[in-house]
Each structure stands twice: as C-alpha cells, then as structure tokens.
Design a protein around this ligand. Sequence first.
Ligand code: COA
Length: 325
Amino acid sequence: MSNSRIPAVLTGLGTCLPPRTVTNDDLAQRLETSHEWIHSRTGIAGRRVVDAGTGTAELAAAAGSAALESAGRSSCDLVIVATTTPDRACPATAPQVASAMGLPGAAAFDLSAVCSGFVYGLSVAAAMIGAGTFGSVLVIGAERYSAIVDPQDRGTAVIFGDGAGAVLLERGQESVGQGAVLHTELGSDGTGNELITVPPGERYLRMKGREVYTRAVPTMVESARRVAAAVGWQPEDIDAFVGHQANLRILESVAKRLGLPPERMITNIEEVGNTAAASIPLALASAADRGLLTPGDRVVLTAFGGGLTWGSAALLWPDLRPVHR
Ligand code: COA
C-alpha cells in the first residue's frame, strides 16, 4: 500500500467490553486445565464473555458510538466492521451497526480477515480517505468468539474472548502530523487456511495452536520491519509496538527480535484474552488509559491471524481520550 495523497488521521477511539469476566479458575472447573497452565503459556488471566442475547452488532455499535464521541463527532461517511463472528451469515453486520448508531445513509460493509481484520480495515479506510472517496471512516473490530469456541476444547476455550474496539479516521491537514496513518502493509498465505478454521458444516473453531505460534512470530517481525522501513524508521525508533494480542509469549518474542525493550511492547491480554479483530483497538485504548501513549509517539500496529493473514500500520499517536461503553 502506498502513502495516501490526502492524509488520514486517527481522531477517535472507543471500546465496548461485555461486563462478565470468565477467569481461568472458572474454566478449570469444567475443563482439564489450570490458571497456572493458562497464565504461564498465554499470559491470559481472564476474558470477557457476552451474556446470551448480546450479539456482535450490539458490541460494534457501542464501540463505534464511543469512538465518535471520543472524536467529538456525531456522524461519519463509511462504517467498516471487521469481524469473523457476525451474528448472521447474510446480510453484513455493518449496515445494522450504522443504523443502530443513527447514521442514516452511511456506506457500510463487513471485512473478514480474522485477527488481522482491524489492520486490514485501517488500511482500506486510509486508502479511501487518501483517494478522496470518503472524508471520515469508522473502523470497528468486533467479535463474539464465545459463539464459535467449543466449550470442551481446552486449546481454544482458554484463549478467546468477546469485545469490540473502534477508531475514527478523518481527512487531515498534515501527512506527518499527530494521528497520521503513515503507511500500511498487508499480506496473506492461504496455504495455511486449515490452521485456524471453522470446518465446512461445523459449528466450532479448530486451531493448530503450536503451528500458528511458530508461524506468527517471524511473520509479525517481518511485517513490522517492512512498515517501519517504509516510513524511514529503524525498529528501535518505535515508541510503542501494539501487536495483535494472541499470546503474551508471541508478543515478547516479536518485541525481542525487533530489539525493543519490553516497556515499548503494549499488552492487555491478561485482562481480555485474544479478541481477534477487536484486539488492537482494545490494546490501544488500554495503553492510552494507562498513559503509555504520548501524542506524536511513533506507533506500529502488527496483526497476524487466520487465513493466514497479516498486516502492519505505522502511525503517529494523536492527542485523544478513549471512550468506553
Ligand atoms: N490446559 C492444560 N493443558 C493443555 C491445554 C490447556 N488449556 N491446552 C493444551 N494442553 C496440553 C496439550 O494437550 C499438550 O499435552 P501433551 O503434551 O500431553 O500432548 C500440551 O499441553 C502442549 O500442547 P501444545 O498445544 O503444544 O501447547 P503450547 O505450548 O503450544 O500452547 C497454545 C498452546 C494454544 C497456548 C499456543 O500454541 C498458542 O498460543 N498458539 C498460538 C495461538 C494463537 O495465537 N491463535 C490465534 C492466532 S490469531
């Protein structure tokens, strides 16, 4: 992806996490596992899970509205919902989300790139703003993995959680000012499509965790290096590395291989688990709340997931306050 002619600037950040937490000890009551095993292998202590009746669209609309509020806006031109867990196979989730948010007539579509969905969405949004097609785009990552996780499968039930995070991108003035999305890069390898899949005709997700782990680390490192190089940064210039929150050990390995000190690696996986397309905006909001991001910081977002898909974005952190619903 090349740099856009019209700058796309991040102006709002919103989240929605379901109130109910399922702890590792809760899972250990019905699965052969333990807090010790889960925490030491993944870094996860708890994950949020929706109650029956709450769908992906509801989470997405709440996070989207929060992002608009964070930006001080009441409307936008396009809504992109990145999700692997839509409430229905047809139609797309995004039009329903736009209506629920009170955005009559807004363009709206879903994007499916599993755990890379948010970065794919950010790239599409920045390109469309760059081309002058839209002036403002809401990119929402929203997931309800509890709908597709086999409650008896300890390999996946311990990892995934529900939630949504969203950003507003708007047409900006300065291509290298605060909030500017400087560059994105995306990739895929469909030969790995069986590693994370809901097999045809089946209800539940199946994952070859060990193989995913092995492929995630070098792919994320290369993608992060490529996006940094494209904007003229050395890996050590990165002030905050926000990787997809798949597994704490994956993030630690990636940061180490990039030569980044641990404090520049952002993580919130302990509290929310792996929320797939929602993971990066949720991690950004958590970091902003904790004061770990300063306006002007050089931030790299890197995702990897089912497909296989991956992608990175380089941006300059804006001056904003996340809103939570
Ligand atoms: N509790 C206890 N034991 C478990 C377990 C659990 N929740 N899950 C698996 N095990 C057992 C396995 O059965 C296996 O036992 P065995 O040696 O007797 O056969 C042993 O632990 C090791 O299994 P393995 O799958 O090799 O473990 P791992 O160290 O690779 O950890 C994951 C498993 C899933 C945590 C890890 O592979 C992972 O995080 N992979 C990446 C997943 C990911 O990022 N997915 C999303 C991508 S977007």
